[in-house]
Design a protein around this ligand. Sequence first.
Ligand SMILES: Cc1ncc(COP(=O)(O)O)c(C=O)c1O
Length: 360
Amino acid sequence: MNSIYSTVTTPCLIMEQEKILEMLSVFVKHFGRESVFYAIKANSDIALLRLLNDNMANFEVSSCAELNVLHNMRVDGQRIISASPIKTKEFVKSAFEAGLNYFVVDSVDEVRKIATYAPRSSVVIRLTVSNKGSEWPLERKFGVDTRQAIELLEEAQRLELATWGFSFHVGSQCNRPDTWKDAIRKVGLAWRIAEKKGIRLQGINIGGGFPIRYIHAVTAISEIAKIIFASIREEIPKVKTILVEPGRALVGEAGTIVATVIGKSIRNKERWLYVDAGVFNALTEILGGIHYPIEAQKQGKQFKWKVAGPTCDSMDIVSEQEWLPDLNIDDRVLFKSAGAYTTVYASTFNGYPIPPTILV
Ligand SMILES: Cc1ncc(COP(=O)(O)O)c(C=O)c1O
């Protein structure tokens, strides 16, 4: 790998197939092949999607563009679900035509949208759950409480939709297994109320959120899965189907952004290093607190650096403090665990290119 890192044109994102397939097999082992739906928003590189498709992963999409990529790859609609609670009507219509019949909702308007553009499909109600322990919380924007969830199921029934069950998301990069336990308890409560009202349900979609190693070690997927299954046995013993939608955990650790030092300076007695991958063209999650491990390709005495991206903006700082050797212009710097939510978020602000992905 080291030779690629020093010869490739930068910036670029190297994705290691072996690591992606290893993570896919971890999820398949614990949840079953038919239950694993890759959330393609994390990294929708075509070669990566082909790899996952060839290895029989299923997919989660929520926009026309995401759907089109899979459609062009001839992925069967039955292997695709849509789990974002808000979708355009154009998307719902095309998704239905492509064979999708599973949609997550959390509002009455969305239930009606599904009934109109994807009649008789399955609807899944997204519950609000605590995102405690998540480094990238997703709790503010989506989800309903138990009472509203039951009302939505009743509306779905009236509109002749199939009431599939409940979904939640514990927040991305969640390193607290008990957060899944708490969420499943909440689903259990909603499930029992629904049953009492005669609403027939089938499954639970536990979303994504599984953590990856950035700077610190995280809980293994196997440990989290154990807690999830124990909680489900206790709270929802009648559940028939359990779905999972990993994004970050499937592709994050497989990715390395390779950057080149393009400038250096000393200001206020501090060493600054400027590299050609920054928060705008690759490492946007830094703005929300994600901290990538940074490695140099060179050995030697370590110095304390501030590492910045190439653009003119002062937000474009990738690390306030990093111990690295005495690097020079044209030396290489690696950002590890950068396979998820990097190139998909990126812009060409200030004319700096989005790193192309190279699958190796
Ligand atoms: C509905 C849904 N499913 C799955 C995911 C993937 O989550 P993660 O990358 O934390 O695994 C997300 C992320 O935003 C999501 O919104």
